[in-house]
Design a binder for this molecule. Sequence first.
Ligand code: NAG
Ligand code: NAG
Ligand code: NAG
Ligand code: NAG
Ligand code: NAG
Ligand code: NAG
Ligand code: NAG
Length: 336
Amino acid sequence: MRLRWVYLVFLVLLLDQLAAAARRNRAGNRIRSRNTAAAVRARSQVQPRIVSGSTRRTTSATRSNASRPRSRIVNSSSKRAKRRANRQRSANNRTTKRSNKTSARIVGGVQARIVGGSTTSISSMPYLVQVHRGSALCGGSLIRDQWVLTAAHCVSGHAASSFYVIGGTSTQNGTDGVVRTVTYAGVAPRFTTKSMNMDAALLKLNATMTGTNIGTIALGQRMPRPGTRVRIGGWGVTKEGGDSVTNLRSVQLKVVKQKVCQNAYQGSATITNYMFCAQGKNKDSCSGDSGGGAVQNNRLMGIVSFGMGCARAGYPGVYTRVGRIRRWINNTIANN
Ligand SMILES: *[C@@H]1O[C@H](CO)[C@@H](O)[C@H](O)[C@H]1NC(C)=O
Ligand SMILES: *[C@@H]1O[C@H](CO)[C@@H](O)[C@H](O)[C@H]1NC(C)=O
Ligand SMILES: *[C@@H]1O[C@H](CO)[C@@H](O)[C@H](O)[C@H]1NC(C)=O
Ligand SMILES: *[C@@H]1O[C@H](CO)[C@@H](O)[C@H](O)[C@H]1NC(C)=O
Ligand SMILES: *[C@@H]1O[C@H](CO)[C@@H](O)[C@H](O)[C@H]1NC(C)=O
Ligand SMILES: *[C@@H]1O[C@H](CO)[C@@H](O)[C@H](O)[C@H]1NC(C)=O
Ligand SMILES: *[C@@H]1O[C@H](CO)[C@@H](O)[C@H](O)[C@H]1NC(C)=O
């Protein structure tokens, strides 16, 4: 009798243990399967963003050829750039005689560098790097110690191996800088040279870039508020088709309302929500500054993209909105 009791208690305990084990097992399965689903979701989000996508032309038909805005890259030895500058100079002559409708947006001859700014030390912008491709020069921002964010129009159509990056120097080609080659170059999926939309590219360096006056910068999350200031630096040219400067220069510009900028560029360029604009009286970024960062409160808010001439009243400079491309940045870095 007593033995049967013991047996019964044992049986009840055993059943209880088994039930508990089964419950634990079910819970475990649920957690695992949720993880798997999330992983699958994440993977399928990641994939399409890597492909450099649409080559479809955008609404450039509305653009007047005479007043196409120019990107801010420079090739100092380019004959084409010099011919273009001459064409622009003579077109500018015509401008004064014609109505604003057809040609008032053509740039005058001489283009200043980081216009209205002043020389500065790289120690005040340690994230800023030089992106070289032969004689072509752009800026870039170190956003991880092995990754540079620059403009798509500096990178599109060129092999990663054709670039090199110099950081930690105030001087163009400065021998006090750290040099890296590029092992991967990825252009933002919606970029086209016609639209200049989503003008962003990521470069992976052959090794981490660290050292004196070298540091990464955090990404901004939203559109900088109109009226607030962004700081831009670069080694941009002193005149159209001319040479870039030796010593780093920087300038502070005021963010312009999106609508104001859209109106300013109406008929010349479409200002999309991947862009924002900034302006100063006789201040601007210019050729050779492309790809450099527009920074506010130690956050990277923009990438120098394009503008109608440089520092012209009524034509703010246009910047890629970093806050809107963070997902593409994260995914590209995670997958390469
Ligand atoms: C603009 O240029 C394109 C090609 O560069 C040409 O096909 C088109 O006819 C031009 N449009 C005008 C209005 O000149
Ligand atoms: C710069 O322009 C020159 C002359 O047009 C050309 O030979 C050279 O390949 C260009 N360099 C780059 C890096 O595009
Ligand atoms: C512009 O016009 C001036 C005077 O009309 C002339 O001297 C100059 O050569 C012109 N420049 C170009 C590039 O056509
Ligand atoms: C051309 O533009 C200037 C400045 O924007 C303006 O003062 C002038 O009245 C315009 N001329 C014509 C013919 O529209
Ligand atoms: C920097 O190096 C490039 C490539 O050799 C060259 O084209 C450019 O003129 C140099 N810039 C300066 C300021 O020396
Ligand atoms: C990266 O490239 C630089 C410049 O060419 C070179 O000095 C360095 O040794 C390279 N580092 C690695 C790890 O390949
Ligand atoms: C990107 O990744 C960082 C961490 O690596 C995370 O904090 C941030 O929220 C991510 N942003 C987006 C838009 O995915």
